[in-house]
Structure formats: C-alpha cells, structure tokens
Design a protein around this ligand. Structure first.
Ligand code: SAT
Ligand code: MN
Length: 586
C-alpha cells in the first residue's frame, strides 16, 4: 500500500485515539459481523426477514435527521473563493477548532477505515476516497452507496491518489457539529452527525463539493443531477441529466415507469442524484453515476409513485427513521397500506400516537442500485453515457410552465442560474419557502457561485455538440391550490417532447422565456386531462415573469462581481423580450 494511505490512517488515529482500527474489505462476512454488532447494541433493528431479507431499521438521534447547511463550511484559503452562498471558515481556524473536537473522540471506539470508489471500475472519471469513521451505520451505508473495499484498494495500489475524509459522530451534539471542506487540500472533516448527507462523505461532500472544485480545475462537471435513459418506439435511446433540488422527485423521475410502454417508450435508470460529466472525443458531454446505491426519501413512495424504488429497497437495504409494525414491516406516510396496528413511530414510541408523523418526513432508504429493476444495462459503463438533454426543475406553484427549451447553452445556463424552488425537509430549517437554488447546487457547490457559472459557460464553449437545455415544473397549481399536472409516470410526456426537440421533430412556440410546446406537440394520448388545463400548464405570463426579474437581479447582485457578464446580458435580453411581447400583445 502507498505511504500516503498509511500516513492518513496514522494521522487520524493519533488525533482521535481509537481503541481499535479496522480496515474494511467490503466483504459479506465483514458486513454480517457489523450488522450483528449493531443489532446487539440497538443501532439497528431487523425488519421482517421473510419480506425484507437483509433489511434493517436505524433510528437516528432525533436532532440528527437532515443535512445541516448552517453548519457546513467551505474552508478555502481566501474567503472570497467560497463565495456568498457558502459558509466560510479560515482553514487554520477550522482545523484548530474542530481538531479539538476530534481530539480523543474515538477513545473506547473502533476506527473504521473505508477505501471506496466513486464511479465504475475502469472509468476515466472514477476516483477513490478513504473515509475514516467511528460509525458502523456509516460503514454499512457506504458499502451500499459506493464500491467499497477491495476494488478501491486495488485502484489505490495502481494509483495512490485519494480524497481523504475524517468522520466521527462525536456526541451527536448539534452544538458540536461541523461539516468542513478544504477545497485546496481536497480534504473533508465531518464531526457530530450520523445523517447520510453529513456523514456518508463520498456523497455530497466528495462527489459534489470537493469534486465540483476538481471539475473546475480539470475541465469537467460534477453536478447534482439524475441520469436517465429514454428509449423511443424505434429502439433508439437518448440520455438526459436532470437537476432538481433535494426531495423534489429526482429518484422518482430516474425510475419512472412508463404508462406508454406499449408504444415503445421506456425509461431506464443510470443514477438518481449525482452526475460526473466530461467532454468526449466526439464533442459530446458524457456522464457517469459515481454512486452505487440510492439514498432516497421514503415518505410518499408507493407502488403508485415509485414501484422501482420499493423493489430496490426490498432486500439488503437500510431504512432510517421510518415506523415499524410488531412483525417488522416498515411503514411511512404515503405507504400503499393503511398504518399497521400497533405501530412504533420513528422515535421508537409504541403505539404511535398519531400526533406527529409516524415516519420522519426526511426518513430514507439506502438501497443497492443493482436491486433496481429499471437500471439500464449501461449504468456501469466506464465511458458513461452521452447526454443529449439537460433538465432543470424545481417546485414552483406559479409562473413556470410544465416544460420549455432554452434558446442555446448560454441561455440555458442562465435558466439554471436563475432557478428557484420551495425548500423541502432534506435540510434542517424552514420548508416551503421559495429560494434560489442555481442548478440545484446551492448547498453543494464547493466554490464561488459566480465562478461556477463561468465554468458552465466555459464548458459550453468547449462543447462542439452540447446537450439541449430544458426547464420543467411538475408542481404548477391552479388558483385553488390543486396541482395541474398528474406528475410521476406521466412526466414521460415532457420527456417525449424534449426528445422530439432534440431530434428536431417536435413543434414549439417561441416565447420570451424560450420554446414552449404547442398544444398539439405534446403526446397526451391516454391521459385524461382537459385542453384548458394543458393551456394553463403551458401558459407564459409576461406579467408574472416580469415580477421574477427583480428577484433574479437581486440574487445576481448578491453573488456579486464574479457573475459572468453573459448572464447579466441574458437577464437584460429576457427583460427586453418580455417588454416587447407586452407591447405587441397589450
Ligand atoms: O441528505 S442528502 O444530502 O444525502 C440527500 C439530499 O439532500 O439531496
Ligand atoms: Mn441530492
């Protein structure tokens, strides 16, 4: 093994003073031993092994149920390089302050060393991480979410480069909780939380925050995007990458069950959360899914909304913070069955009183991707898949049509930069408030947002054959607050229109915001929806869009002087197009 690896382990051991060190090989036996141990100390509870073989419930500390954006820091040398959307801490100060918390924190505990690989073996984009942790739950989760153990060690032997990450659950004290990223050093420190997004360092910390910095420096992209394959009736496939904020349906879209399968339209999954993308020799953008599992939101998941997710989590999966029946069946709000009786709620209270939700709103399943019936045969292709369309979306109740197409890459980048969404339970804090979430990367971009946008524009200039950029909104409501669009499987109708645009056969109407489907260009056969509703869904109101402008302007001003002039120009052009439209159709 390379010296750096040993240095890293020794350095962490010297700091945290564990009683034992265990280097994880990722094997079945090792996993079984850990599970036994967690069952003994009640970190895990077995689910009904007949219906859910190899599945377990974990109850987190009740104050440790989501990402903590206010405790997440980018510790770049210069404050300005973290930008106004990130919390910043001076790297030396961070190391002193949090180093003190790490000091001796693993006394009496085992320190696990997890070599893991992000990306399929043999991919030019795959990268190794080595996470140190004192949480067996994190070990078991990382084994599902990444390629952990032997493959990663082999890769390390060939090429000693890895991203180090140090994690301890500490005392799970929210006042002693820090998620730190050192972008120049490519280092991650996470203290005081066992929750996925804070503790599975391969995911948001490495594959997005650190990787976004590496991608900027090396000329590729690390994005908060699902990747899906759409097959059409001619058997041709195209690939989309889609960015939606956390808990806005990325997993559902990636695993969509087509209501038009009899016609030959079908969706398959490549990934549900993160895309690493590079420019291929053919001048197209190619994407891999760096992960090997799903960390999905449980509530609302049912045979109706996402059967593939349910099937994925039927075996060898972890459930965190769901409710459970006496015979070990998991239950959550939005389950196909009515609540089992008696039910034990996510905090372990039996019977569930019904005062609070039985499952935590951000309860999660951690499931191996290979369990998922909709995985594409190409999901582990080392070259990745060529992306023909990029989709941005969020939760918007008004203003934003069901689907529209940007005029070009620069305009599409502007759409991504200006996007906003209502907040969800995936992070601690207020839910349901509209906030800007550019490219759904607000909590995940490891550097200055203005520079990130510049990188997007730069990538576009370097792509002879760029994907077409679209924007969607499944969440538009009527005046009474009813959703206008059925969503879920029917979202394929928007995908089919996008495919038609890529293949230059679908019609569109040019509007000030971009190309919007004409009524008849959407494939709506078999869908019981009134033409008036479709018109409402596709409506572009210049007044409503005009009201967005000050907001976008204010957001760009907040990002400051590093906003590329191209995006300011796009804002000006949008304003002019809206005004022109209003003067023509007063
Ligand atoms: O909680 S995670 O950060 O892992 C998932 C998400 O919020 O997107
Ligand atoms: Mn996510």
């Amino acid at each position: 093994m390379h010296a750096d690896f040993n240095c890293w382990v020794e350095e962490c051991a010297a700091l945290t003073q564990p009683d034992r060190i265990h280097l994880c090989d990722g094997s079945e036996e090792e996993n079984q031993r850990l599970i036994e141990q967690m069952l003994d100390d009640k970190t895990l509870f077995a689910l009904n092994q007949r219906h859910y073989p190899g599945c377990y419930l974990h109850r987190s500390h009740p104050n440790d149920v989501a990402r903590v954006e206010h405790l997440t820091f980018i510790c770049s040398e210069k404050r300005d390089d973290a930008g106004p959307t990130n919390n910043w801490m001076d790297p030396r100060e961070a190391k002193a302050k949090v180093g003190e918390l790490f000091g001796g924190c693993m006394r009496g505990r085992t320190m696990y060393v997890l070599p893991y690989m992000m990306g399929p073996p043999g991919s030019p984009l795959s990268k190794v991480g080595v996470q140190i942790t004192d949480s067996p739950y994190v070990v078991a989760s990382t084994r599902i979410m990444t390629r952990m153990g032997r493959v990663a060690l082999e890769q390390l032997e060939r090429d000693s480069v890895f991203i180090p990450g140090l994690h301890s659950i500490g005392q799970l004290d929210p006042h002693r909780r820090y998620i730190l990223h050192f972008p120049e050093e490519r280092l991650i420190w996470s203290f005081g939380s066992g929750y996925g997004g804070n503790a599975l360092l391969g995911k948001k910390c490495f594959a997005l925050r650190i990787a976004s910095v590496m991608a900027r420096d090396e000329g590729w992209m690390a994005e908060h995007m699902l990747i899906l394959e759409l097959e059409d009736p001619y058997g041709e496939t195209v690939y989309f990458a889609a960015a939606f904020p956390s808990a806005c349906g990325k997993t559902n879209l990636a695993m969509l069950v087509s209501p038009l399968e009899h016609e030959g339209y079908r969706v398959r999954t490549i990934g549900d959360d993160i895309a690493w993308m590079y420019i291929g020799e053919d001048g197209r953008l190619w994407a891999i899914n760096p992960e090997a599992g799903f960390f999905g939101v449980v509530p609302g998941t049912s045979m109706k909304t996402n059967p593939n997710a349910l099937i994925s989590a039927k075996s060898n999966s972890l459930y965190t913070n769901v409710a459970i029946s006496d015979d070990g069946l998991p239950w959550w709000e939005g389950h196909d069955d009515p609540p089992y009786e008696p039910l034990t709620d996510w905090k372990g209270r039996r019977p569930w009183s019904g005062e609070e939700t039985a499952a935590h709103p951000n309860s999660r399943f951690t499931a191996p991707a290979k369990n998922c019936p909709s995985m594409s045969p190409r999901w582990q292709d080392p070259q990745g898949v060529p992306i023909s369309g990029i989709i941005f979306g969020g939760r918007r109740i008004r203003t934003v049509p069901l689907v529209f197409e940007s005029f070009n890459w620069q305009h599409g980048t502007f759409l991504g930069a200006a996007m906003a969404s209502r907040t969800t339970n995936a992070a601690m804090g207020m839910t349901g408030v509209l906030r800007h979430d550019p490219m759904s990367m607000l909590p995940f971009c490891g550097y200055h947002m203005g520079d990130y946008w510049r990188h997007w524009l730069e990538m576009g200039r370097r792509l002879p054959n760029p994907p077409v950029i679209f924007h969607v909104n499944w969440f538009r409501q009527d005046a009474d607050g009813n959703y206008l669009w059925p969503g879920f499987g029917e979202n394929i109708r928007a995908l089919i229109w996008m495919l038609g645009r890529i293949k230059r056969r679908a019609e569109a109407k040019e509007t000030p915001i971009g190309y919007v489907p004409t009524l008849h260009s959407l494939h709506l056969e078999g869908l019981d929806i009134k033409p008036e509703v479709i018109s409402q869904l596709l409506h572009v109101s210049p007044e409503e869009w005009h009201e967005e402008l000050p907001d976008i302007e204010e957001f760009f001003k907040k990002i400051g002087s590093r906003v590329p002039s191209e995006l300011w120009n796009e804002l000006t052009s949008l304003r002019e197009r809206l005004e022109h439209f209003r003067s023509m159709y007063p």
